[in-house]
Structures are given as C-alpha cells and as structure tokens.
Design a protein around this ligand. Structure first.
Ligand SMILES: Nc1ncnc2c1ncn2[C@@H]1O[C@H](COP(=O)(O)OP(=O)(O)OP(=O)(O)O)[C@@H](O)[C@H]1O
Length: 495
C-alpha cells in the first residue's frame, strides 16, 4: 500500500481525505542504544493543525527533526504530496515549503533579525538586500506580534529570549520565492508571555485557513485544545493515541501521556517552624513605589505580572547583590542554552558544578561523593538518560532543564532563584518538581520564583506583581488567585 493511500478516511468512512502534504510510516531513529523513534506513522494534510504531546524524551523533537530533514531516519518510508521520496535534507524540505521553529532556537545570535532572515531567503540579494530583509521580517513580526518593538537591525544577542523566540517564529512564516506549506513549531511559546502566546495561536489558525499546515509541540495542553484539529500523543518513541480536537479534554491528554493529573492546591505548609527567624532575602526597591522584596526561611515567594515588566531584572539584581554575602544562593535559568548548561559536559559534571565546595574532603574533591550526589538527584528528578555520564547535549530539552533544577537543589544554597524554569518540562515532571520545591521549603530553604504560568503561583505563600519595571503589588495567601493577579498586572488594584 502506498503512503498516499494510507491516508485515513473521514469519520463516516466513505470519502477519502486530501493527500497528505507529508506522510511517514514506520519511522525509526536510534542514537547508539537509545531508540528515540520506534516505528512512527504520521501524516499531515494541507491546512491542518496537529498538536503533539508527550513526556520529556518521548521523541517529539526527534520526529520533527526527521520530518524536517535535520536528522536522518534510521528506517521508514517517506512521501511528499503522495510521492515516495528517499533521503530528505533540510534544503529539500525548505524548497518544498516546510519550515521549523526549533526548541533551542536556530538563529545566529551575532547577526540581526534582518540578517538571519536573509539566511533562509536566497532572493534577498544584491543592492539593498539588508533593507528588504528588514522590511520582510518587520512586516511579519507586525502581523503576528503587533506591538513587538523589535529593531530588525539589532544583534540578536542583545535581545531577551522572548524577543528572539518571536523573531524565530516570524522568520519561519516569511515568504519570498517558495510558497509556505507547513510550519513545525517545537515548544514555540515556552519563552513567550501570555499576550504573545495568544497572538501566535491566532496566527496559526489564520494561516491554517489559508492552507498553511502547522505541527505544534507543546507541554501547555491548553494550547493544543485551543488551536489544533487533531492531537497526537507520544510515549517512549511511539505514537500511542491520535484524537480529533472535538471532545478532547486536558485530563484525557494527561492520561494518554501516561501521567497522573495533579490537583491544584494551595500550600498548607506550616511556617511556624521558622517564625521569628530573620529573612534570607531583604532587598529594597529602587523607589518609594517599588516594593521591597522579602523571603524568609521556608517561604516560596513568586514574581508575577505581564512578561517583561522587570521581574527578571529584579531577580538578577537580588541574586547579584547576595553573591559574596553570607547567605548561600543558587539560580536556575530558563534560558538554558545561553546561561545554563555546559554543552560538552556530562550530566554528572553539569549537576555537581555548584556543589564542588561542599564535596571537598581535606582539600580534595571526592569523585565518589560527586557521583553519588549526581545519581541521587538525577533519579529524584527522573532524568531520562542511559547514565549520569551521558553528555547533557544528548538529552531532550526538558531533561536538560531537569538537570539545571537538580544542580540548584543538590547544592547547599539556602535561597534558590527560579527564572521561569519550567520551560519545556512535561506535565508529570512539573508536578514532581512542585512537590520537591515544597519539600525543600519545609526544610527551611527559601525560593524566589518568577513564572509566566499563572497556575504555578498557587505554590507560593506570597507574590509580588510587577508592572512597568517595579514590584507594584504584594498578594498573600487566598488573595493569590488569577483574577487578582491579572487586575494587579494591568494596574487595577494598585497601592
Ligand atoms: N543527539 C542525540 N544523541 C543521543 N541521544 C539523543 C539525541 N537527541 C535525542 N536523543 C535521545 O532521544 C530521545 C528522544 O528525545 P527528544 O528530544 O526527541 O524528546 P522530546 O519528546 O522532544 O523531549 P522534550 O519534551 O524534553 O523536548 C531521548 O531519550 C534523548 O535523550
């Protein structure tokens, strides 16, 4: 049977659906002993939006890399517009209208948005190419993310991760000589704020109406429910379920992925054990209207508000001010590629780098203790890898993020700063990390946690809502709920 004929029938089972743009059958990919894809069938039709979900390391990115030609499959058949094809490179994929938004962003940080756009568009050459490239990317940014404020001539290294993510997305949707057919988006919203996420989802639907298909990989299940026609669930390198959007629920997606749904709960932790102890963090605001930030032993303090309103800067300012002081602190970055992982090191070396002082015995570093520590914490966070000696670059994105968490938790830091750290972490692991954070707080650690995910703030005893560069409103206990937070973010519940 040809791959084109493999296209399933409609719900009534009578009429054949349009020929898939891309179809693969029995795709496998091995990395040494690791089976990243174990015989996957997948097809996407023109104008269709498919959501792909699954645990960290399930094989989602590998499937996308095989589809886009970035990774060569070990075995499997491949067809484009119903015609079988053999090897498939990124160049060919690009020439046939396929684009990718990669999880680890593929832009060149030394170049501007305009120059990065030129890289994927050959017609942008000759006199004035730079101006034309700037116009092309700016127009697409305006279309997808109105009000983005990105200068197309600025070197990307100078932009925050959210802005770089917008450029990567907008670039994927630009067109010159080749008509766009399908865009693969691998966790495109993990560094975007709420508003930009909504803008992107609306754009995906608008594009689909024009026949441009999209494959959306995300751990944010509400996005799948909001935008996709069909959801595909992956577990351990296989597709285990495929469901139409109609009737699909968040709980069903969680169960199909093999996770247990956590019940959102306000922390019932008793803080009495630490009553009367001085705060571990006490950081004055820059002005009278900028609140001071406090965090005592055992406290989980959240930073909220619309993304880009000064939360990251304050988090870093506090961490910077504490360095060299008597209170030990650690920082978990959300932008792991830029400031988190040491790509050439193993899991064990990445995980223990903050603990070297504590692991010394009589001036010597105990290799055995370091390995034990790495083993314990990588098991606690369920890092999916053959061993702790695996290079961190060989891990899936979410598993790399778990190693960064483990690094901070394994250290002897009394205060841990979290900069939107759940980027790319799957639903099941998130629940476990929340539990770990609460357990570590019970032991007296303080957490200062910036998150762009509203529901995560229910883990906090106290939050500061940021607006226009300052900590504008403090909410505690039962007052920490979405409507109050949003009101404070937009300035409705000011001092
Ligand atoms: N270059 C590589 N070398 C060795 N193993 C790899 C490599 N890339 C991926 N793997 C392994 O393949 C498996 C699937 O990884 P993949 O990145 O596809 O998962 P994923 O579902 O995208 O996870 P996440 O949600 O964390 O991004 C993992 O076990 C991963 O460690």
């Amino acid at each position: 049977m040809s791959l084109a004929a493999a296209a399933p029938r409609t719900a009534e089972g009578t009429e054949r659906e349009p020929v898939p743009y891309i179809a693969i059958r029995g795709a496998t990919k091995r990395y040494g002993a690791v089976v990243a894809l174990a015989g996957v069938d997948f097809a996407i039709r023109p104008g269709e939006v498919i959501g792909v979900v699954g645990h960290n390391g399930a094989g989602k990115s590998t499937l996308m890399n095989v589809l886009s030609g970035a990774v060569r499959r070990t075995a499997g058949e491949f067809a484009l517009d119903g015609v079988s094809i053999g090897d498939w490179s990124t160049g060919e994929a690009q020439a046939r209208g396929l684009r990718c938004v990669f999880q680890e962003l593929s832009l060149c940080a030394n170049l501007s948005a305009a120059e990065n756009t030129r890289i994927v568009h050959r017609p942008l050459k000759g006199f004035g190419w730079r101006g034309r490239a700037a116009k092309l990317i700016s127009a697409k940014l305006d279309e997808i993310f109105p009000g983005h404020g990105i200068d197309p001539h600025l070197r990307l290294a100078r932009l925050p991760i959210g802005a770089r993510q917008m450029v990567e997305i907008a670039r994927a949707y630009t067109e010159t000589d080749i008509p766009l057919r399908c865009v693969i988006l691998d966790e495109p919203t993990s560094a975007l704020g709420h508003e930009a996420t909504e803008q992107l989802l609306a754009h995906i639907r608008r594009s689909a109406a024009k026949g441009i298909a999209a494959i959306l990989i995300t751990h944010r299940l509400n996005e799948i429910l909001a935008v996709c026609d069909r959801a595909v669930v992956m577990v351990d390198g296989r597709t285990v379920a495929e469901r139409p959007r109609a009737g699909l629920t968040r709980s069903a997606l969680i169960q199909l992925s093999g996770h247990v749904e956590g019940v959102p709960q306000r922390s019932e932790r008793r803080m009495d054990a630490f009553a009367g102890r001085p705060p571990l963090v006490d950081h004055a605001g820059r002005t009278a209207r900028d609140l001071g930030i406090r965090a005592g032993p055992g406290e989980i303090v959240g930073f909220a508000g619309l993304d880009g309103h000064g939360q990251r800067e304050r988090l870093r300012a506090i961490f910077g001010a504490m360095r060299g002081g008597t209170t030990r602190s650690a920082f978990v970055a959300g932008d792991r590629g830029h400031e988190g992982t040491f790509a050439l090191w193993s899991i064990a070396d990445n995980l223990t780098i903050l603990s070297l002082g504590a692991l010394q015995r009589g001036g010597f570093l105990s290799e055995r203790s370091a390995r034990d520590l790495a083993q314990v914490w990588s098991e606690r966070l369920k890092v999916k890898a053959p061993s702790i000696d695996t290079p961190i670059a060989a891990l899936s994105g979410g598993n790399q993020q778990k190693v960064l968490f483990a690094r901070a938790l394994a250290s002897d830091a009394e205060v841990i700063f979290l900069d939107d750290p759940m980027r790319g972490v799957d639903v099941g692991t998130k629940e476990e990390v929340y539990r770990l954070i609460r357990a570590e707080a019970e032991r007296g650690r303080a957490f200062v946690w910036y998150t762009t995910e509203l529901e995560e703030l229910s883990n906090c005893e106290r939050i500061y809502v940021f607006r226009e560069g300052r900590a504008a409103v403090e909410l505690t206990g039962e007052a920490i709920e979405p409507s109050r937070i949003l009101e404070a973010s937009f300035g409705g519940a000011d001092e």
